[in-house]
Design a protein around this ligand. Structure first.
Ligand SMILES: [Zn+2]
Length: 431
């Protein structure tokens, strides 16, 4: 597939830098970006040109953390804190995915919405149910978005209606699920212990073996809420910090027996200790910063500027449905807002995020989890979204940089999305 998109092009090249090019060309050949050009080089003149005129063309956005089953109750029970929220709504709703019929319908809504958002790639929690998780993956596979999906592991401390019977059952189900999803191209499995309090020692040991055998990536939650951290301390009193528990079971980016790193995402990291931050960095774990969720559940504010300065891998997550919006535009905006609160109320030495940094986090920052993804630099996989900001009805006679900031702050997401490309393939929106 060879084509060229023409329009106003915006992309991040590094943490603090956004490039904008007015009325320029971005070239795609076989799913790979060939670069951005003011004048189209002769070797690409034969390629099909799609002229978006004055629209904005950006790399696709990356959502590093969200829960597909929770989309069905998005925007409700937003006045609770984490543990209460889990027990009062999240676990109860997730138990409904025992019914494949219910899951099919709910996941159709979710997949449709994700497909029609600016997100091109995502890392997603399903539920603990095997058949429903396979159903979600088969729907996402057809959507052509690139995703990792995890059947959740949880055998204790939830509610009876949602917890798995025991560790053996959880492991058996996980192996069955892995067997059934290994032919998918666009959606891949990711090992998903819900969080430490949900997993018995036997289950964590079983997951350790599965990770090692299949060399799977891992996603989970870490240091989101102070009550949760104290709970982990009670459950594992000899562990010096929360992340160390995952690490003791080879579920924190590093396999101690094989001396090998593997990709891992930890959502939140709001209250990570210095030791935990050191280990996140050492093991190259990705921090999924979920500011809308952290505000809604009153969890706190993660020191993201500090993590960026220290060189940690960081991206953004919508964390639907603790996050109240699937839109990565909303998450970018909120990341900037809460970083200002952090500086003002928590630590004046930690600078707030610039718009450039937040844009970077939602594209190239999270894109690194998927390898060469998240920018229009030559050699990167070609994901793009096209936005018509004329729909705002405001004066567009300002710089491209200002236009994109305004489109994001006014949450001009699927309302103005014209087209979307993932790995060089155009997505059929609104079907
Ligand atoms: Zn979450």
């Amino acid at each position: 597939m060879k084509f060229v998109l023409k329009g106003n092009i915006i992309y991040a090249t590094e943490k603090k830098k956004i490039i904008t090019r007015k009325k320029s060309y971005v070239v795609c050949e076989d799913g790979i970006c060939k670069g951005v050009f003011k004048e189209l080089p002769i070797e690409y003149k034969q390629f099909k040109i799609i002229d978006y005129k004055d629209a904005l063309i950006m790399p696709g956005f990356i959502d590093l953390h969200l829960h597909a089953p929770q989309y069905a109750f998005i925007g409700t029970k937003m006045d609770l804190e984490l543990i209460e929220w889990l027990n009062n709504i999240a676990f109860k709703e997730e138990s409904r995915y025992k019914s494949l019929k219910y899951a099919k319908r709910a996941y159709e809504n979710f997949t449709h919405s994700l497909k029609n958002s600016v997100t091109t790639r995502a890392c997603i929690f399903a539920t603990r149910h095997v058949l429903s998780s396979i159903e979600l993956m088969s729907q996402l596979e057809k959507s052509k978005l690139i995703t990792y999906v995890g059947k959740v592991n949880m055998d204790q401390n939830g509610l009876e209606i949602i917890d798995e019977k025991n560790a053996e059952q959880s492991i058996e189900d996980t192996l069955l699920w892995l067997k059934k999803v290994n032919t998918f191209e666009n959606t891949k499995p990711i090992l998903t212990p819900r969080f430490i309090p949900s997993c018995s020692v036997d289950l964590l040991n079983g997951l350790k073996n599965i990770q090692s055998k299949f060399n799977l990536p891992v996603q989970s939650h870490l240091s989101e809420n102070k009550k949760e951290i104290n709970w982990v301390k009670e459950l594992f009193p000899t562990s010096s910090f929360y992340g160390k528990v995952y690490d003791n079971f080879n579920l924190f980016g590093y396999n101690h027996q094989k001396h090998k790193t593997f990709k891992t995402i930890m959502a939140h990291c709001v209250h990570s200790s210095e030791k935990e931050i050191d280990l996140l960095k050492k093991n190259k774990v990705f921090v999924a910063h979920c500011p809308t969720s952290n505000i809604n559940l009153n969890s706190g504010i993660a020191p993201i500027k500090k993590y960026l300065k220290l060189g940690l891998n960081v991206g953004l997550g919508s964390d639907v449905a603790a996050g109240n919006n699937l839109s990565m535009f909303e998450v970018i905006k909120c990341a900037i807002q809460v970083s200002k609160y952090y500086k003002h109320f928590i630590d004046a030495n930690v600078e707030s995020l610039s718009f450039e940094e937040a844009f970077y986090l939602a594209t190239l920052g999270g894109g690194k989890f998927f390898n060469k993804v998240g920018t229009f630099k030559k050699g990167y996989e070609f994901d793009a979204v096209v936005i018509n900001d004329k729909k705002l009805g405001l004066n567009n006679n300002i710089s491209i940089r200002k236009r994109i900031e305004r489109a994001i702050y006014l949450n001009l997401d699927n309302f103005a999305l014209i087209d979307k490309y993932v790995r060089g393939e155009q997505i059929n929106l609104y079907d």
